[in-house]
Structures are given as structure tokens and as C-alpha cells.
Design a protein around this ligand. Structure first.
Ligand code: RIB
Ligand code: CA
Length: 323
């Protein structure tokens, strides 16, 4: 594929184990051109997120790695929340600095994430898809600061929300993590003029990664990416095993990449989604308009509700291994 017909994407994320898998998958996907990786506090604090992005890029050892930007260290308004207990205290299973090759800190630009995002979108009008894989604070901030530039995005495709399934935030499971972390940002993004595609837990839970299968697929290989996938995910998979009885994890952010590369992998429905921005048990709930009279209310996004599990998994193995 030539550079001109690759889909231009900006990955906005909070690495995180599944974010790391998403970076590997996107970089190994010839359908995608990763213009930049912008980071946001979410799974872990912003310093860890920047460092983890560099760690994954160092393992990938690329000739032309994407630029990396530091983004929001807190949500627009909501109280801080993280998932270090899920992803490990550094966000990548706490393997330690010595595990990684030397990091290239020169990749981190001084330009704040929101400004870089808007600038790149404006430089390629109608061509850039902003893929959000964490709390959507940077995207909302970019829209607030540079609405004209951000209006030139092709789409915003966000792994976020839980529509017809429970969320993953205890104790009641109303919200999905990213929506919970910054519900105000999500509400603002949904109000914006650019088409928004939502990839919620409804579909990411349809792409589970089983530990034994991962061990089989990656364990017989000697390359460092395969080793990293297994090593970094031990803590993450232990969490799902102990918390939910699922000995593995879910491919939340990798599914977002798969859909960006091959949109027909998912079936979407145009819907109007309300985000609960209250500071209550239902903070971050992404509620579809259910009432028969309102069901036809002006949609504010396209929600992926069905996914081709087999095709996604095939793509995951192939792309993460770099076959
Ligand atoms: O709820 C899953 C999402 O929250 C994923 O993007 C994960 O990395 C965290 O950001
Ligand atoms: Ca994420």
C-alpha cells in the first residue's frame, strides 16, 4: 500500500496493556498510517503513559517512529480515577526499566497533545481519523481550543461506553472505564460536528484473549514483541481471572484498530447517546435513547454493536506477530 491510500490516524491513548497491543497492531497494519500517538492520563498517570508509549516504540524498533505528545494529566472536571490495579503500577505489568531497550525521548514533542492533534488534522483536511483509546480529554480539549481545525477530521473513533451491557466500573457497573474517567469530555465530543464512531464494551467483550491460547500463539516464538505480549499481560490477565473468572483479557483497544483498518469488521447503528456527567453511581453511563418516541431522536454517533470475532482474532494474531 502506498502512503497516499493508507488511512491516516492519530492514536490518542493511556497505555495500558491493551493500548500497547493496539500500538503494535496499528504499526504493523499497512492499511493505517499512524501520524502521532497522543497520550492522556487514564489507566495510569500521564508520566507512565508517555514512557509506556516510548517503551512499546523502542521494542518495535522502527525506522520512522511516530511522534509522541504528552496530553491531559486530569479530566476536564471529574475526580481522578485510574486502573493501576488492573494494568500494574506502571501500566504495563511492572516489568521494570531494564526490560526495555533504550527509550528515544526525542520522539516526545513539546507541542501539547491537543494542539498537535488539531494541527495534524488541519494539515490533512478530511483525511484524519482520531482514534481514542483512553479517556477522551485530549480530543475535547482540542475541540475547545481549535474547533475550526478539528472540524476537518474525517472521524473520531472511540473505544468507549457500554450500551446494552454492564460497564466495567465497580460497584454497579454502570459505566465503562474511559467514559467514567472523563464523562464531560465524552459528552462534548458527541456534541461536535465530526462523525463519531463508538466501539463499546458490547463489542470488545466479544473479542476475548484467552491466556492459554496467547501462551500457545506467542510462547513458541522468540521475538521480543511476542515475549513482551506475554510478560506484560500476566498482571492484566490475573486481574480478569480473579475479578471475573475469565483467564485472559479483552482486546478493547486492539478492536478499535481492527475496525479502523477494516470498518466492515463491525456493524454499526446510528444512535443518540446521553452521557451521565453527574458525580454519582451512574457517572459515565452511556445511555441510548430507548423510549419509542425518542428512539428516532437525531443520532449523535454510530455505535458498533456487532463484530466479526473470528476475523478480528485472525487479524490480531497476524498483526501483533507482524506475520
Ligand atoms: O474499558 C476499557 C478501556 O479503558 C481500554 O481503553 C483500557 O485501556 C482503558 O483505557
Ligand atoms: Ca486504553
Amino acid at each position: 500500500m502506498t502512503s497516499s491510500n493508507r488511512k491516516k490516524v492519530i492514536m490518542d491513548m493511556d497505555p495500558g496493556v491493551d493500548d500497547a497491543l493496539a500500538i503494535i497492531m496499528a504499526i504493523h497494519s499497512p492499511e493505517l498510517e499512524v501520524l502521532a500517538i497522543t497520550t492522556v492520563a487514564g489507566n495510569v498517570g500521564i508520566d507512565h503513559c508517555v514512557k509506556n508509549t516510548l517503551r512499546v516504540l523502542a521494542l518495535l524498533d522502527l525506522e520512522n517512529p511516530p511522534i509522541v505528545a504528552r496530553g491531559a494529566e486530569k479530566a476536564l472536571k471529574a475526580k481522578p480515577h485510574d486502573a493501576a490495579s488492573v494494568h500494574g503500577e506502571d501500566g504495563l505489568g511492572a516489568l521494570g526499566d531494564a526490560y526495555y531497550p533504550e527509550l528515544n525521548w526525542d520522539l516526545v514533542t513539546d507541542e501539547p497533545a491537543a494542539d498537535l492533534m488539531a494541527r495534524l488534522v488541519a494539515e490533512h483536511p478530511g483525511e484524519v481519523t482520531v482514534m481514542a483509546d483512553g479517556p477522551i480529554t485530549n480530543v475535547a480539549e482540542a475541540i475547545r481550543r481549535h474547533p475550526k481545525e478539528m472540524a476537518k477530521a474525517k472521524a473520531i473513533q472511540a473505544m468507549t461506553g457500554a450500551i446494552h451491557v454492564p460497564g466495567n466500573i465497580p460497584p454497579v457497573g454502570a459505566a465503562e472505564f474511559d467514559a467514567y474517567c472523563d464523562p464531560d469530555a465524552l459528552a462534548e465530543v458527541l456534541d461536535f460536528t465530526v462523525p463519531v464512531f463508538m466501539v463499546p464494551l458490547d463489542v470488545t467483550h466479544a473479542v476475548p484473549l484467552q491466556r492459554d491460547i496467547a501462551q500457545y500463539e506467542f510462547g513458541r516464538r522468540t521475538d521480543r514483541i511476542s515475549k513482551f505480549v506475554l510478560d506484560s499481560s500476566v498482571h492484566y490477565m490475573d486481574f480478569y481471572r480473579d475479578d471475573q473468572g475469565h483467564d485472559g483479557c479483552y482486546l478493547h483497544d486492539p478492536l478499535n484498530v481492527a475496525i479502523a483498518a477494516f470498518p466492515t469488521i463491525a456493524r454499526t447503528e446510528a444512535m443518540r447517546i446521553h452521557v451521565d456527567t453527574s458525580d454519582s453511581l451512574t457517572r459515565g453511563l452511556t445511555l441510548p435513547y430507548h423510549h419509542p418516541r425518542l428512539k428516532k431522536a437525531e443520532p449523535n454517533c454510530h455505535v458498533a454493536l456487532k463484530v466479526d470475532t473470528e476475523r478480528t482474532m485472525r487479524l490480531f494474531w497476524e498483526r501483533v506477530r507482524g506475520d
